[in-house]
Design a protein around this ligand. Sequence first.
Ligand SMILES: Cc1cc2nc3c(=O)[nH]c(=O)nc-3n(C[C@H](O)[C@H](O)[C@H](O)COP(=O)(O)O)c2cc1C
Length: 175
Amino acid sequence: MENEVLKAIKERRSIRRFKSEQINDDELKTVLEAGTWAATGKGTQDPWIVAVQNQEQKEELIRMNAEIMGVSSDPYYGAPTIVLVFASKENKNNVKDGSLVLGNMMLAAHSIGLASCWINRADKMFETEEGKALLEKWGLKDYNLLGIGALALGYASSHPHTIKERKKDYYRIIK
Ligand SMILES: Cc1cc2nc3c(=O)[nH]c(=O)nc-3n(C[C@H](O)[C@H](O)[C@H](O)COP(=O)(O)O)c2cc1C
């Protein structure tokens, strides 16, 4: 079977080269809204999404993430927008809920011609004093949040050439 959703699922790829041009607000809101429609355990809508386009704060995130990675390069690949997803530490479904939000946003981004890549280390970044100060700045300090993940988001400046086949026994059907 084939339809637009299935096509987007198969065609989405992680993009690691971005144009410096910023995406427009309609595009950004479309992606964020798709995140808000992700399923959540017990329907709690527990995750929080923060899209950062502020240059100073992006530089702070880049530095924090690079320090944890032990590199001097930009872990967000120069993407003009960084989208962070958080969920409550007390919520047993926090990682699952937040991951689904990120997955929805990656697919939505691809479906409207944007490029994205999941970027790790949000958990460690927001355990630091600097990370906690950012959460406070964003009005999220009272929710005891765990960083689930982030997206580098923007327009692609190049696409991957080689795409991995799916492993042969990825699924099995038991009848
Ligand atoms: C949980 C998770 C963490 C990831 N972390 C990073 C990361 O820190 N940096 C990065 O470049 N890609 C990261 N990725 C992207 C994967 O490398 C990518 O999804 C994988 O290679 C498959 O490629 P595709 O997304 O194009 O299918 C992450 C993906 C997931 C799901």
